[in-house]
Design a protein. Sequence first.
Length: 372
Amino acid sequence: MIETIYIFENVIEAAAGATMPLPVFGRTHGVCAVVLDTQPNLYLDQIGVASRCDTTAGGSTGLPSGRKDNCRISLSLSVDGGEPVAHDWSSGRPIRIQTVHVISAVRDILARTRGVIESAVLTDSHIAFFGCGSVAGDIARPLVQSGVGRVTLIDDGVVSPENVSRYVTGLDAVGVPKVKALGDVLRLVNPAVTVNGVDARLTPETYEAVATAMDGVRLAIVATDSVRANLFAQELTWNLGIPTVFIGMYERAMGGEIFWSVPGMTACYHCMRAGLLQPEPRSHTHMDYATADGPPDLKAEPGLSVDVGIVALAAAKQVLAYMTGRVGRNEALDFERPLMLVGNQAEWIFSESFQFSRVGVVRTRDCWVCKP
């Protein structure tokens, strides 16, 4: 028996007279791909009941990453409130569903943020991510959980087994493009979010396409592992007039940096890099994420997920402050000191663990990006 099934409220609204892949949530069977047709009832082709399916078989493209079960259950929901009954297509036997809950984004998913943050402001916000690795995942998930309504993900990478120890997905996402894997995670925590995935790296060849995808973006978050890529992203966002936050991790995730670049208010990323002292590497076999200049520099630097998460969550806190207008000297974000250095360990300039330092950044006279 499927005891309880959950369906998101916008599924019913969006599916009127249409057929599309949509999510259903249930206590005993997890997440399933769904197709609805509301005339005269709501019919759902429910895929992914692990206890009844061959998990090695192919399945719907509407499934979240890694769920490729071929077992189908048809769930009929009467629009006049009649009792829902699921039918197992393989046997034709009906399966009773005890309860159907319609999930509301405001009433249910965002219930515990009500009164803490202005969810209505976040719902209308559009944030773009350059890079969809562990740092981006640790920032994007709490932002969407807080109510951010639209996200654009830009990355040409694929989830590898080595990513899983620090990533928001599991092994079921290995081999999946990062923009899809992260997008699936975000839709699971809030099905109301709109996710646009751009499976590409920002290059001169993709510049125009990426610029088009940035239409309506209120804030860009750059979390790549290359200074060159960061500078290219900064040139794009500065030219578009989009405030941008850059997050970089130091060697072995002993700490990291968060820098805000706001056209007309702060220096740019190029100015910041020109004036920032960098920690000395412990050995030639380890690289500082924040100074890696491209693929030849990247050596799968070790670092714990919890250490990456501390820096990422500090950045997410600042993003929420910016999106809700809480910027100032006594707030989480201060544009007079747009650079935050986060020390996870008592090393380099950090005299103790969990040390946060805010730093002012002066524009360089010959900067080719912000041209002071």
